[in-house]
Design a protein around this ligand. Structure first.
Ligand SMILES: *Cc1c(COP(=O)(O)O)cnc(C)c1O
Length: 380
């Protein structure tokens, strides 16, 4: 091997190798330029109008109905929404959904943050936690004395996906699934949980600031019962208020109208093309391309060892120590390909790639060629 003659910022990738769109972030993630153009067209009659009036409420109604269709809501399930993203929903759930004690699967950054919320809540008992090492899944086991099971459909920090299901033999407890990086991209059994909640800036190719959740009748009943018991909740995090407002196609306080609009754009795009199955197949194709490339590569390999746990929407790719993944992502960025860095707190030599439905599988293919091009030059 010759001495490397390139540094990350001096590698120019030939334009023929570049993807059509360089956004591969895991959130905020690529949204379709068509969605932004559609928003621009509504700059004068939708943006800047009241969220209590028909124009915006109609769009919120489209969001709620579109999510029900996209996720295949069983009879009686309802779509709620509120402000503050998935992070606010954890706080809201600690007041309005968890009665006494929760059980969590903790697989990485996001699932562990929900644990921190319930652990700190003075009105809840200390949570039960089953933790896994980074890159691994944890089994969902039945735990005595808990009234809510909490786990992510897809742990965005590590690229591990779980099956949405209920713990065997416990029909009383609620199952709360964080689907922020999964909703609209991964198949699941909607009857396998009571609350499937997410923010729309990841798999749903919109912008941040909102939480959206599909509630089962049991989850609605839990919210009503806890509210009736007189337990205090901050008004902003009050799920009874969110329920009442959502049923009127409103939010408790002003939402980001652009986020609502862009979410509906993505829902309509997926539903119009065949729904969740169509979107999931696109993600499958991207995942096959990326993991297939990594497995064939001498420098790269999938970080998640167990194939069934390997996420189809967020891929973590480990590199061997002949090359610094940070240099690869810097060289990609210098060529307009952004947000491929690994999750900072995992601290491994890896890239993390968003393969959400809005991302073209052909662009994932192009990305692999760009990484090869960079690696050849960095290693020399
Ligand atoms: C990004 C993410 C969150 C946090 O979402 P915010 O909208 O930033 O609050 C929560 N859970 C998962 C799985 C995520 O990927």
């Amino acid at each position: 091997m010759s001495e490397p003659t390139f540094t990350p910022d001096t590698i120019a990738i030939p334009s023929a190798l570049l993807p059509s769109d360089g956004r591969f972030g895991s959130g905020p993630s690529k949204f379709r330029p068509e969605a932004a153009r559609a928003l621009a067209e509504r700059a004068v009659d939708y943006l800047g109008t009241s969220h209590r009036k028909a124009g915006v409420r109609k769009t919120v109604a489209e969001l709620r109905a579109g999510i029900s269709q996209l996720l295949g809501a069983p009879d009686g399930y309802e779509v709620l929404l509120g402000n503050g993203g998935a992070t606010a929903f954890w706080d809201a759930a600690s007041f309005g959904l968890i009665e006494r004690r929760s059980h969590h699967l903790s697989l990485g950054e996001f699932s562990s943050k929900f644990v921190a919320v319930t652990d700190a809540a003075p009105h809840l008992a200390a949570p039960s936690v089953r933790a896994a090492d980074f890159g691994e899944a944890a089994p969902l086991e039945t735990v005595e004395g808990v009234d809510a099971y909490c786990y992510p459909h897809n742990e965005t920090s590590t690229g591990v996906m779980l099956e949405v299901r209920r713990p065997a033999g416990d029909d009383e407890a609620l199952v709360l699934v964080d689907a922020t990086s999964a909703a609209g991209g991964l198949r699941f059994d909607p009857a396998g949980c009571d609350v499937y909640y997410f923010a729309p800036q990841k798999a749903l190719a919109s912008d941040g600031g909102l939480w959206i959740a599909m509630f089962s009748p049991a989850a609605v009943e839990r919210v009503e019962r806890i509210a009736a018991s007189g337990r205090w909740a901050p008004a902003f995090l009050d799920l009874k208020a969110a329920l009442d407002n959502s049923r009127k196609d409103q939010t408790f306080n002003t939402p980001a109208l652009a986020t609502v609009f862009l979410t509906v754009q993505q829902i309509d795009w997926v539903n119009g093309n065949g729904g969740l199955e169509w979107a999931a197949e696109r993600c499958d194709r991207s995942a096959e391309i990326l993991y297939g490339w990594a497995e064939a590569s001498e420098l790269a390999s999938p970080f998640v060892a167990v194939e069934s746990a390997r996420s189809r929407v967020v891929a973590t790719i480990e590199f061997d120590d002949r090359i610094d993944a940070g240099d690869i992502s810097a060289a990609l960025r210098a060529n307009g390909i952004v947000d491929t860095d690994g999750y900072r707190k995992i601290g491994r030599n890896q890239l993390r790639i968003g393969m959400f439905p809005a991302v073209e599988p052909a662009d994932i293919e192009a990305l692999t060629r760009c990484i090869d091009h960079i690696a050849e030059r960095l290693i020399g």
